[in-house]
Design a protein around this ligand. Sequence first.
Ligand code: ZN
Length: 155
Amino acid sequence: MMGMTSEAMVDMVHALDNMPLAYGANCGTGASDVLRTVLGFASKGKSTPIVSKGNAGIPKYVEGHIHYDGTPELMADYAEMARNCGASIIGGCCGTMPEHLVHMREALDSRPKGDAPTLEQIVEALGAFSSASDGTDGEGPVRGPRRGRRGAKPV
Ligand SMILES: [Zn+2]
């Protein structure tokens, strides 16, 4: 989403002079995409804690307000999968309500840690990704042609 792969962000974070105590992903386009990103972070094998804060579903405009379609049960599955993906600080972003957190806590307390899910298992449990690729497979997303000012520094 920000023009950087999850793996490149791990390299960037670990090259900082003042490295954060943790780093992660939040919000965006739903819990599935956040977990794909967490898998990318974890694939680098660093010990720095990873944060996962997925939306409670995808926001939709319904009768004058924004509605999130993620149920407490879905967020419980998300929390379990986030831990299995490698996150150790797990929460919810937009649309997350107290009832979601109750179910997430219960899932983390009662379900054993398991193997990291495959991308197919994430889609099956939480819904489709918003894009075919997150860039870590070399298939994109592809940045547009750079049209920055002459001499502009990369950011
Ligand atoms: Zn959010």
